[in-house]
Design a binder for this molecule. Structure first.
Ligand code: SF4
Ligand code: SF4
Length: 392
């Protein structure tokens, strides 16, 4: 690649058979790689050493309360929608030690968590999940009090996005403006082309930052042509046209605020199990709890932070009682925070349209349907006066 100009390095084409060149290049630049892989009957995010670890030939079927892997009839490496596992787990771990106390020569000593994972590359991140990283950056990195655990994991990260060509029925990234193309924040944007034809199966790579350019410059690839660009545009266009689930964001924050007493909140509470699965799989949710984990044998006491959910009764426990004692109040809190008050707090929606909360809800509750019903106002039969909202 050394004879190529910088502009030529920006957009290159890598044959699928040479995909390991990309991983070799990342490793040569000092990046251990995390990416999608098949484990426990699902596509999750884990360590990737070569293209053999990717979900080659696997797709997924996702619907309300449904997730299953399906065999594709081609060798696509990224032929699935949003993975079951989230990248969040690797930036904002489900369990983090904040500090450890131990007794040294009779005196207590506090050791801060200085864990810095260093350089890492996230390969295969979708547009919706890139947007989720940007949301978490706003909350955890750019706030008045940057979170040290997140900051340490976010630093030195190289983001390699892959355009989504196979959205699931649960996806609504087009409504949220986050996909299916690779939006801002990626160091390299990839599009997988013609997976059904082994002779033409290839990747268009677009280096968008100096760090991305350094990686792409090491790869044995040819300069992209207008035909490659057209093929990549077609992938994104086709994917976008297959997304049917929608959210109408115009006036939605205000409509949800005005619908605080809508009887639909009680209706959804009849179905909701308050299990918190939707919050655990959501790539933007960031609620946590803090507790102590003593280890008598080691003589230590760890102050740890664990993921929590606003669906837990104890999450809103204040002064001897929970301020959101009913499932109805808790569902309303979650949905209105995501789609309404998040805007006031962070200047963005709290939802990126990945659809995970729909697929992984054990009873198939679809948040897009719930907020649409509330935003539409009560039906004549419901009538606000008859359908008083039970907050306790
Ligand atoms: S609320 Fe649901 S669709 Fe939106 S980002 Fe979270 S998991 Fe994805
Ligand atoms: S909406 Fe679904 S996933 Fe979320 S708490 Fe209720 S039952 Fe669980």
């Amino acid at each position: 690649m050394t004879s190529q100009t910088l502009a030529e390095i920006d957009r290159v084409v890598l044959p699928a058979a040479g995909l390991d060149d990309l991983f070799d290049s990342l490793h040569a630049e000092g990046y251990p790689v995390l990416g999608p892989t098949v484990r426990d009957g699902a596509i999750v995010i884990g360590p990737i050493t070569s293209s053999d670890d990717l979900p080659r030939g696997w797709g997924d079927e996702q619907d309300a309360g449904v997730y299953r892997l399906v065999r594709r009839d081609d060798d696509a490496y990224f032929g699935f929608a949003a993975p079951a596992g989230t990248w969040k787990r690797h930036l904002f771990p489900a369990h983090s030690i904040l500090w450890r106390a131990r007794v040294v020569r009779g005196a207590p000593v506090i050791e801060e968590n200085e864990d810095h994972p260093g350089r890492r590359a996230l390969v295969g991140i979708r547009g919706c999940d890139l947007a989720a990283v940007a949301v978490q950056d706003r909350v955890l990195l750019h706030g008045a009090h940057p979170d040290p655990v997140y900051s340490a994991r976010r630093a030195d990260l190289l983001l390699v996005g892959v355009a989504c060509g196979t959205p699931a029925s649960t996806c609504f990234c087009t409504s949220m403006g986050t996909g299916p193309s690779v939006g801002g924040g990626a160091d390299i944007a990839m599009t997988e082309l013609d997976a059904e034809d082994p002779a033409r199966h290839r990747f268009l790579l677009e280096a968008r930052t100096d760090a991305g350019r350094a990686v792409v410059a090491r790869v044995s690839a040819r300069t992209a042509t207008a035909a490659d660009d057209d093929a990549a545009d077609a992938v994104v266009r086709r994917a976008g046209s297959r997304i049917t689930r929608t959210v109408d964001n115009a006036g939605l924050p205000e409509a949800l605020r005005a619908g605080a007493e809508h009887p639909r909140w009680d209706d959804v509470a009849e179905r909701c199990l308050s299990c918190g699965s939707c919050t655990m799989v959501c790539p933007t949710c960031f609620c946590t709890d803090v507790r102590d984990e003593p280890n008598v044998l080691a003589g230590t006491d760890d102050r740890v932070r664990v993921w929590a959910s606003c669906f837990e009764l104890g999450h809103s426990y204040l002064h001897g009682g929970s301020v959101r004692p009913s499932p109805s109040a808790r569902y309303r809190q979650w949905a209105t925070h995501k789609f309404s008050t998040w805007w006031d707090q962070f200047g963005t929606s709290g939802c990126v349209g990945c659809g995970r909360c729909i697929a992984w809800c054990p009873v198939g509750i679809d948040v897009t349907e719930e907020i649409r019903a509330v935003a539409a106002g009560p039906t004549q039969e419901q009538g606000v006066a008859d359908g008083r909202h039970d907050d306790g």
